[in-house]
Write a protein that binds this ligand. Sequence first.
Ligand SMILES: *Cc1c(COP(=O)(O)O)cnc(C)c1O
Length: 352
Amino acid sequence: MFEPRNEIREMVGYHSPQVDVAVRLNTNESPFPPPQQWVDSLSEIARSVSWNRYPDRAATQLREVIAQRHGVDPENVFVANGSNEVLQTILLTYGGHGRKVATFEPTYQMYGQIARVTGADVLVGSRRDDFTLDADEIARVAGAEEVAVTFLANPNNPTGVIEPRENLEVLLRTTQGIVVVDEAYAEFADWSAIGMVQESERLIVTRTFSKTLSLAALRVGYAIGPRWMIEKLSIAVLPYHLDAFKQAATVAALSYVDEMQQRVDAITSERTRIEHRLQAVGMTVWPSGANFVLFRPQKQSTPSLWQQLLDKGILVRDCGSWPRLERCLRVTVGTEAENSLFLDAVDDLVGL
Ligand SMILES: *Cc1c(COP(=O)(O)O)cnc(C)c1O
């Protein structure tokens, strides 16, 4: 047996247990499949691929349509296999051995995980008890010497909390390094940092097709950033990392964004219903700007609410073992029927 690198040996890896149940509300996917017309077009798209040739390494057409969507130039766009690969590429380029990466917990676990896998040291800042972020804490952590990359998720996962624009401004003023704003749930929030991206700013914003756009299975994410930053990312990423079929299928998917966007309204109103019903049975609920809700049952009310829900065929995310999230559960907004099953089950289990 040969030992892996120290960083890897000490890690447990990313786990999101999948159980085969009727109601899956644990990974923040869209509950709706993508438009059927797009699905029907895939066989035609597959036939048009020159399968014996390497794909367009620069993903020219795909970057053009993404650039159009956001009113930027294709040179401002980097695309990869899910936004996780975008984050990894940013860290391979600007993090790595001997460099520091800053996060504010609780937040998306992959920031720390990918930073460590790619050899960087992780500085962990803390959010307040209500999971908002204090400007002094931002300055203290990200302003520390030699912080190369700082992550901010807006809205944040797993808390759902929206980050005020002023906090990003403080961060940009106080850090010497790169700032990554992860907008995996931006479609549900009331503001985006994409408008703040400019050549003179060390800001890059990431997006994904996995959540609002109903395409988690396709694995596509992207970043919008200044040219000088985007240019370097394509040096760190593997050549031909985006296959030809994916490029074409994603271009086609972007002609359905309006349809996919319409679902955001449905999800947002269901989110409000979930928040109110959970509050009504005494849960602590954090106001969410995303497609999920973080909540905490009262002490001792149900020590194993997660398991009891699972026994009823409903899978939510158990965040109880994450730092600062004792007893917390996170439920993804599903279809109206799924949400009702979840809410009725909660009523049964903890109903007052
Ligand atoms: C889901 C999620 C991602 C990962 O998205 P992929 O594009 O599927 O890799 C990135 N960031 C946050 C905050 C997420 O919740």
